[in-house]
Design a protein around this ligand. Structure first.
Ligand code: ZN
Ligand code: ZN
Length: 264
């Protein structure tokens, strides 16, 4: 396969509540991993139940990214992104964040009304089928609402609980989300973090990517490790690239100033 510029479009640093990584160390790791593009995607958690609620600070984040850009000029193209949890539930906040001028807004679902998606007790109470159905309802609402650029880790609950039950309802829910993503011009992110959690797939994996390629006239894809430490930067991107190619999806690219730039 033709080599494409390597971009990790989803990494965290100490500006996210669940990471202690120094942004400069993260950039150093990206250069060492041979990346050309690195996009920070710090958590903006707006659900009061989240540990990160009220944690995010744009000004400090912006300054830190400016410093990394100065230090790594000519070696690494550094992008300033945000990962917003349940964006459809916080439309005003999303507008406010967009007005700050990030390179990309990544929309994620981490919380259900019943609790955190990865919580085992929540999964026990709801059943795995119930949890996935509730999760996909949230994701469909988010995709329908729009206002952001990338739909992150589409079948994310499997990172914690394994695959969704393969039933007609689940397949239909995924189809509806992909149709909304296609209509709204949302890119799909291939997130490699499940590979580091003992799973053998990215989120989403090839089956969903192939459906996306068949649904969208412009099946744009971004690749992200979801690294929370420097060691994880760039992890699994080759695998993700290969999945995209085999699924017939793409182009793969990055966002700068909220515009998609194809790299392949
Ligand atoms: Zn996430
Ligand atoms: Zn993340």
């Amino acid at each position: 396969m033709a080599s494409i510029p390597r971009a990790d479009t989803h990494v965290h640093s100490r500006f996210s509540v669940d990471s202690t990584a120094d942004p400069l160390e993260v950039c150093r790791a990206a250069v060492d991993a041979g990346l050309q593009y690195l996009c920070f995607a710090e958590h903006v958690d707006l659900d009061p139940r989240d540990d990160g609620y009220g944690y995010f600070c744009w000004d400090a984040y912006r300054r830190a990214v400016d410093e990394t850009r100065e230090r790594f000029a000519g070696r690494l193209d550094i992008l300033l992104g945000l990962e917003i949890g349940e964006p459809h539930r916080y439309p005003r906040e999303m507008e406010r964040l967009a007005a700050l001028g990030p390179d990309v807004l990544i929309g994620s679902i981490h919380w259900l009304p019943e609790g955190f998606v990865g919580d085992r007790a929540v999964c026990r109470t709801m059943g795995i089928g119930g949890l996935f159905r509730a999760y996909y309802r949230e994701m469909l609402d988010a995709a329908r609402h729009g206002g952001f650029d990338v739909l992150a880790h589409l079948d994310f609950p499997k990172r914690y609980h394994g695959r969704a039950p393969e039933d007609a309802e689940t397949a239909e829910a995924i189809g509806a989300i992909l149709a909304e993503a296609a209509a709204g011009g949302l890119a799909l992110e291939v997130n490699t973090s499940p590979l580091r959690k003992g799973r053998h797939e990215c989120t989403p994996d090839i089956d969903i990517l192939a459906r996306y390629a068949a649904t969208s006239p412009t099946p744009r894809v971004t690749l992200g490790s979801d690294a929370h430490t420097p060691e994880e930067v760039g992890a699994g991107l080759d695998r993700a690239q290969d999945l995209v190619r085999r699924a017939g999806a793409g182009p793969v690219g990055i966002y700068r100033a909220r515009r998609f730039i194809a790299l392949s």
